[in-house]
Ligand binder design. Structure first.
Ligand SMILES: [Zn+2]
Length: 604
């Protein structure tokens, strides 16, 4: 067994400790500056006399203030993530958050005035070169100007939401997380939580998966009256909000915040749907490999193979830097900085949060990467993923604060791309068994992101429309939509049993962020399509890609991508991404053929 890594990050470039006097100083200065900002600009933004110079100075001051005030919160959350069991760190984080809110309330007027400023005035100002760097920020903020209520109305909505929509959201969470899921197997009954019952659906033993599926269904069904009521309430609450805010269709608010035209979203989701045969093709082979007559809802996540090779952390570093370097030296150099300067926390230890993330908040500070590295091949991919985010953030640091973070549909661009580069390098070195495992895992990951989210988006559309046209929906009516939409992605390769029809009842995304799901399909397919472009153009591609990462959040997805001559309005572009997925499936089929031959050889 290879030794586990002891690598921890170094946060001293932020602050020395929780008691560092600079933290208190930053917060006190921040409050004073926020008050001064409000005194200086209140009433001057939403004004017929607004000048380009004033608007420029206001955004610049806003950025600089926000940038400083964010630092203690960045530090507190990083500190907390490596030891969530330390009450001092928890209390520190909470205190910093409260102080940050205290500061931010003084700045709310700025966004409101920017939204309400007269269009005739703003459209003239936006042509002034002094505002060039803030054009995207101002325009994207103002996308919502038609959908904004008066200040007293907004305040009312905000206050009532705590006992309205937010209360229902919380009731949903509390209900689902407190359902005792009773799993019966081998004559025993085990009571488990929702994440645990979902994990059991991935158990290699079919009886356990079947029991888990039964238990999930029973737990949800016995709470279906409450959960359906919450769904109906929140879907209707959104319909009322949408009417008051003058949105003409349920998805509109989400499209606006993603800065995507409805036609583009429709194109992406539609192209994914047109390729559902890829899903069926893979699951037919999966059925054969599992040796089953028929696949059903509890076989969908059955593991096919598992990788066995161990990869020590130092080796992961080599693999990642080499695969990034084969693509571009710039990318490899940016990634190497994370290892050389201790920007990564990789060690698994008590109290540390699970999972992985890359954190970056202001362009004047470097990003940090957080992983739990356990020497599995999967951990190499995860580290490659987070370093992809890291390189993206690192390259965007040339932008100022309001242009630093990208929009949601592009958030997973560099991470998924980085993961693809690492995946190619891992399969290149793997033995036949590990190769099978890597491919199967990759395919199922891609399916979960592209096709499942597309099907879920269709479910949400149907649900919102049904509620708007047909009034309150029963559990069975919603279940019927769910079953139809999810079944459609499998064609006849998987037969979802009747039990599966209740499985929409636990999906928090539908409740908390309506129509969020399509961003996943969009992001993943975009990367696949870019990967296809890279394979075609080879060395001509990386400079364009890097330019795109350097742009950070300074442009809308459409403008950013057309900059690197990609037209996201073209169906062929998206189909190119699906063809990459097809290629991965074909490769898996070939390797499976080799694997069967090898098994036969060994036997004879
Ligand atoms: Zn990510």
């Amino acid at each position: 067994m290879a030794k586990k890594t002891k690598v921890r990050w170094d946060l001293t470039s932020l602050y020395d400790s929780m008691d560092d006097p600079r933290i208190e100083q930053t917060l006190q200065d921040g409050l004073r500056r926020a008050q001064e900002f409000a005194e200086r600009y209140r009433g001057r933004i939403n004004s017929d006399e607004l000048a380009a110079q004033t608007l420029f100075e206001a955004v610049r001051d806003f950025e600089s203030l926000q940038q400083d005030v964010d630092k203690p919160a960045y530090y507190a959350s990083l500190l907390f993530s490596t030891d969530t069991s330390d009450p001092a760190r928890g209390a520190f984080l909470q205190k910093i958050r409260e102080r940050a809110t205290e500061i931010s309330v003084h700045l709310i007027f700025f966004e409101v005035e920017l939204l309400e400023a007269p269009e005739e005035r703003i459209s003239v100002l936006l042509d002034d070169p002094i505002l060039a760097q803030y054009k995207h920020f101002i325009k994207s903020t103002r996308l919502f100007r038609e959908h904004h209520l008066s200040e007293p109305e907004e305040r009312l909505m905000e206050e009532k939401a705590n006992t309205g929509s937010r209360a229902f959201s919380r009731l949903f969470e509390e209900t689902v997380s407190n359902i005792p899921f009773k799993v019966e197997h081998d004559g025993e009954t085990e009571v488990v939580t929702e994440p645990e019952v979902l994990a059991l659906l991935r158990n290699p033993k079919r009886e356990i998966r079947r029991a888990a599926a039964g238990s999930l269904t029973e737990g949800l069904q016995s709470n279906s009256r409450t959960l359906t009521f919450i769904f109906n309430t929140l879907v209707q609450d959104k319909a009322v909000n949408d009417r008051l805010r003058r949105y003409s269709f349920p998805e509109q608010a989400r499209h606006l915040s993603n800065e995507l035209d409805p036609e583009i979203v429709e194109l992406v989701v539609g192209t994914a749907e047109d390729n559902y045969d890829l899903v069926a093709r893979y699951y037919r082979l999966k059925r054969k490999i599992l040796g089953l007559d028929k696949l059903t809802h509890y076989d969908r996540y059955a593991p096919l193979f598992e990788t066995r090779k161990e990869v020590p952390y130092e080796r992961a570093k080599e693999i990642i830097l080499q695969s990034f370097g084969a693509f571009s030296d710039v990318i490899a150099e940016r990634a190497a900085e994370f290892f050389d300067k201790n920007w990564i926390d990789a060690e698994v230890r008590k109290g540390k949060r699970g999972g992985a993330f890359c954190s970056y908040i202001t362009p004047d500070l470097h990003p940090y990467v957080f992983v739990n590295y356990l020497n599995r091949m999967d951990d190499v991919k995860t580290l490659g993923h987070e370093l992809g985010h890291g390189v993206h953030a690192s390259l965007s640091r040339g932008q100022t604060y309001v242009n630093f973070h990208g929009t949601l549909p592009l958030a997973e661009l560099a991470s998924t791309f980085g993961e693809m580069l690492v995946f190619d390098s891992l399969v290149g070195d793997a033995d036949l068994d590990d190769k099978m495992a890597l491919y199967a895992e990759k395919i199922e990951d891609v399916f979960a992101t592209v096709f499942r989210q597309a099907a879920m988006y269709r479910f949400e559309q149907d649900l919102h429309n049904a509620r708007r046209q047909g009034g309150e929906q029963t559990t069975d009516q919603i279940s019927e939509i769910w079953q139809r939409r999810i079944q459609s992605m499998f064609l006849d390769s998987v037969e979802l049993g009747d039990e599966h029809k209740y499985w929409w009842l636990y999906v928090g995304h539908f409740i908390e962020s309506p129509f969020y799901v399509y961003a996943y399909s969009f992001g993943e397919l975009l990367v696949m399509a870019l990967y296809a472009k890279y394979q075609r153009e080879l060395e001509a591609f990386p400079p364009k890609y890097i330019e795109m990462l350097r742009a950070g959040g300074s442009m809308s997805p459409h403008d950013l991508l057309s900059h690197v001559d990609i037209d996201i309005k073209q169906r062929e572009f998206w189909q190119g991404g699906l063809n990459v997925i097809r290629g991965i499936i074909e490769r898996f089929e070939e390797i499976h053929g080799e694997w069967i031959d090898k098994k036969l050889e060994v036997r004879s």
